[in-house]
Design a protein around this ligand. Sequence first.
Ligand code: NAP
Ligand code: MN
Length: 266
Amino acid sequence: MDQRRNLYFYETRRKNVAEKVEELKKLAVQYGFTIVDHSDEANIIVSVGGDGTFLQAVQKSGFREDCLYVGISIFDDLNMYCDFQANDTASLIEVMSKAEMEVRRYPVLQISLDQEAVFYCLNEFSIKSSIIKTMEMNVYIDDLHFETFRGDGMIIATPTGSTAYNKSVSGAVVDPLLPCMQVSELASLNNKRYRTLGSSFILSGDRTLMLKMLKGSNNYPIMGIDNEALSVQHIEEIKISLSEKRIKTLKLKDNSFWHKVKRSFL
Ligand code: NAP
Ligand code: MN
């Protein structure tokens, strides 16, 4: 790897992971890396855990574009964001000894709440009713009023997030080389009074999706960015678009997104 040699480790709190991380840190120091205590001093942010840990490492470090994110899996197999396995030191040494590395870039969603607070998502933004009642919202694509949704909620997924929550509600798996976002419904009501598209749809990265909560309805939604709940309440408008930001990870041989999909699901 080139001159970017400051490493920050973000690890899951599971049992026995701390010892593993100590071993990994020692190995990295042997190969000329410096371990730093804060993610803002790092050029490379390493997550040790699963996909959920990788998502947290990216959220907690603020979706930095000037650094590389590397996922190390503590499980027996690799997963969607983890290209390395903690016990496979040979692969880690190989990559640490390389002078040049190819990077791949993952699209990120940008969410603004009531034209103010801005959040980013690598997997998905989710909005759900928090009570035993449906929630209602008007859905706009750019300036077009597209539908009025009534149901449990919605998921707006990135291409890399398409294999997560989105897939569980029958959304399509999307190639991350397509900068886009996928909208999927959670149990929409469809009858003579309420009608929604009913299938997932994919929006180009140039479009904006706007969700406007219906005034006066029993709306108590909870919102999630990746694996974190947003503690914001009483929101009227949510604007969702593809961010200019991209998350960079190492590109390895025989490890395209479709290799990962095959490995994880087939
Ligand atoms: P979790 O509830 O502990 O685990 C959700 C599962 O999804 C884990 O097995 C996780 O992998 C996996 N996962 C996460 N991102 C993925 C991706 N991009 N592609 C394929 N699988 C993925 O939550 P978590 O580990 O903190 O992960 C948060 C994510 O869970 C959310 O962003 C959401 O996509 C997903 N989720 C799914 C459902 C559902 O499918 N019904 C419900 C809620 C949330 P690891 O075990 O390696 O962490
Ligand atoms: Mn997890």
